[in-house]
Design a protein around this ligand. Structure first.
Ligand SMILES: CC(C)(COP(=O)(O)OP(=O)(O)OC[C@H]1O[C@@H](n2cnc3c(N)ncnc32)[C@H](O)[C@@H]1OP(=O)(O)O)[C@@H](O)C(=O)NCCC(=O)NCCS
Length: 206
């Protein structure tokens, strides 16, 4: 399998492996988005945190990316002057060819279709570069803005798991499992997202 895709270009976004030097731009985006992310993203609950903590976290993301353990991606605008959000492809579902996509968009960038553009691009890289057989998007059924993303990309709502994860309030909550299989991918809206992808050496993958 070629890749991984270190850099993915969409019409409006750059998705790429985080660098430790991105910490200040990440801090700016998260600081402006704490209230917006609080109900859905448990990692925001450690805010405010020292910049050094973010530097170390990004070093960890980078190390995991480079060793194919986890692909956490930054979402930037085209000139990479602003963090628009984050996404990633997470091989944590047992089979290496089954991976989960996550995403968040900073408060000042929501409502412009960026989550759908980014998750669509990651879906394309997953099937066309990484050779995945199944991709999943998991979300809280109460998070209707999030569940609209897999729906728009042609994922099927396959199940709602009951009380399987601890929610940010401390109680157990349900999880929607959205999935897209390789045979369904070619005819899904995901396949139509305009994308270029590049490997670690900058060679074109897509
Ligand atoms: C859920 C979340 C990622 C959605 O981000 P987003 O970028 O606003 O989502 P979308 O890509 O679907 O954009 C949708 C909106 O942009 C609008 N839009 C504007 N221009 C658009 C374009 N060119 N293409 C598509 N949609 C566009 C759409 O009309 C849509 O608005 P609507 O849903 O009110 O009709 C964001 O709200 C978020 O970060 N939430 C907190 C973290 C979170 O919940 N993450 C997911 C955990 S499972």
């Amino acid at each position: 399998v070629p890749g991984p895709a270190y850099r993915i270009l969409t019409p409006r976004l750059v998705l790429r492996c985080w660098q430790p030097s991105d910490a200040p731009l990440l801090a700016e985006a998260v600081t402006a988005s704490v209230d917006h992310l609080w109900p859905w993203m448990p990692w925001v609950h450690s805010e405010p945190e020292d910049l050094e903590v973010k530097v170390q976290r990004l070093r960890g993301f980078r190390a995991s990316f480079d060793t194919d353990k986890d692909y956490v991606l930054a979402i930037f605008n085209h000139d990479e002057s602003e963090v628009v959000g984050g996404t990633g492809m997470h091989p944590r579902l047992g089979e290496a060819v089954v991976q989960e996509i996550g995403y968040w968009i900073s408060a000042r960038h929501i409502g412009r279709g960026y989550a759908t553009e980014a998750a669509g691009a990651v879906t394309r890289a997953g099937f066309e570069v990484h050779g995945l057989e199944r991709m999943e998007i998991r979300c809280d059924p109460l998070n209707t803005r999030s569940s609209a993303v897999p729906r728009k990309l042609g994922y099927a709502l396959e199940a709602t798991l009951r009380g399987n994860v601890r929610g940010v309030g401390g109680g157990m909550r349900d999880t929607q499992v959205w999935s897209l299989l390789r045979p369904e991918y070619a005819d899904s809206p995901s396949a139509a997202v305009p994308v270029q992808a590049f490997d670690a050496a900058g060679r074109r993958l897509l």
